[in-house]
Design a protein around this ligand. Structure first.
Ligand code: DC
Length: 223
């Protein structure tokens, strides 16, 4: 069966950081589902496919073979054997994933892949619809929140640590734009599952969030 942990929440709230920490601590596999939307969107844009139309997306997806490798050194996403990993976390990847995430046929295809990867394993998945759609029976569901200003400041600090300059106003407006797109799309919008535990991370460090989430998992596993 496997023990399943679902992590959802808005952009920049620290879902991937938490998922990686939990995977290392409990020996779970970690699947970053956002990376699949990023790769799929970039692939379809590269084809020149008019995929915002569901019928066109169904057609374009026929030739797409997406493969996710979950290794010790992180996750890699391949489409038709091209490795998209280096280009996923770019402004083009942000844009492509938002566009791809709106299309029903794309969501159905990727959700089916995500369920197949998770089947029978101990896993932690992070995304927007994990607790509500992908793994409705997950043993633990976490929903992370933090104010948009706080998430923008964290993103700017992350960029600064990597030596990338970013404009604070632009970073905030990009976060607000993605919040709006994620919560207002017609198919599987970002939402907290009724049985998810909400963690407001606004005043917490990454280590504190990890400790709080680990305690929830330990209680569930022990009980
Ligand atoms: O988690 P991320 O920032 O890499 O996600 C990129 C985009 O992909 C996000 O803006 C919406 C979409 N997405 C989604 O619709 N459903 C998911 N489970 C994960 C991501």
């Amino acid at each position: 069966m496997g023990f399943k942990v679902a992590i959802d929440g808005p952009s920049g709230v620290g879902k991937s950081t938490l998922a990686k920490g939990l995977a290392a601590r409990f020996g779970f596999l970690h699947l970053d589902t956002g990376a699949m939307y990023r790769a799929c969107g970039l692939y379809l844009i590269g084809l020149g496919a008019a995929f915002s139309d569901n019928a066109a997306a169904v057609e374009a997806l026929r030739g797409m073979d997406i493969r996710v490798e979950l290794g010790a050194d992180g996750q890699r996403v391949f489409i038709n054997e091209r490795d998209f990993t280096p280009v996923l976390r770019t402004p083009d990847g942000d844009h492509a994933s938002s566009a791809a995430g709106k299309v029903r046929a794309i969501r159905e295809e990727l959700v089916a892949r995500q369920r197949a990867i998770a089947a029978g394993r101990d896993v932690v998945l992070d995304g927007r619809d994990i607790g509500t759609v992908v793994l409705p029976d997950a043993e633990v569901k976490l929903f992370l929140t933090a104010g948009a200003g706080i998430r923008a400041a964290r993103r700017a600090a992350e960029n600064a640590a990597k030596g990338i300059a970013s404009d604070p106003a632009e970073t905030l407006s990009e976060i607000e734009r993605r919040d709006y797109a994620d919560t207002h799309r017609a198919h599987s919008p970002l939402a907290k599952a009724a049985d998810a535990v909400e963690i407001d991370t606004s005043a917490m460090s990454a280590d504190e969030v990890l400790a709080a989430a680990a305690a929830i998992i330990e209680e569930k596993r022990g009980g």
